[in-house]
Design a protein around this ligand. Structure first.
Ligand code: RB5
Length: 147
């Protein structure tokens, strides 16, 4: 799979570690930055990854900031995106199985690198279950058309 990855300054080291891990798992990591430790604006990188995923240029995305929250909020403003914050692997599996999340986010100030890797593996190994979950996901996507 081709996986878009993005982060802010709070998550630079973890981003590189996770990008290497994605490659170890046999996937391709496409890096959208930031790549420097200077303070930056997480919405910029949330949007870059979200647009790549929404356009089908990547199969899914991984976003990392301090908490995972700000960058996920930005990503979720892009049509077609379902970005879920995960702080442990059970949630990471379920957001794929039930919500068909196309991006996950987590916080470099919240989870350690081993837990982050478990989150990534659980998400990438999981498959969307469809059925009643597909109907609910369709309802979520309909909300984009209401405003
Ligand atoms: C940056 O200091 C911090 O606000 C950011 O990484 C993130 O936690 C926002 O949600």
């Amino acid at each position: 799979m081709k996986i878009a990855i993005g982060n802010d300054h709070a998550a630079l080291d973890l981003k590189w570690e996770i990008a290497d891990y994605i490659k170890e798992l046999g996937h391709e990591a496409v890096n959208f930055g930031t790549d420097t430790p200077e303070s930056c604006d997480y919405p910029v990188f949330g949007e870059k990854v979200a647009r790549a995923v929404a356009a089908g240029e990547a199969d899914c995305g991984i976003l990392i900031c301090g908490t995972g929250v700000g960058i996920s909020l930005a990503a979720n403003k892009v049509n077609g995106i379902r970005c879920a914050v995960c702080s442990e692997p059970v949630t990471a599996r379920l957001v794929k199985q039930h919500n068909n999340a196309n991006i996950i986010a987590f916080g470099a100030r919240i989870v350690g690198s081993e837990t982050a890797k478990e989150i990534v593996k659980a998400y990438l190994d999981a498959e969307f279950l469809g059925g009643r979950h597909a109907e609910r996901v369709a309802m979520i996507m309909e909300l984009e058309k209401k405003d």
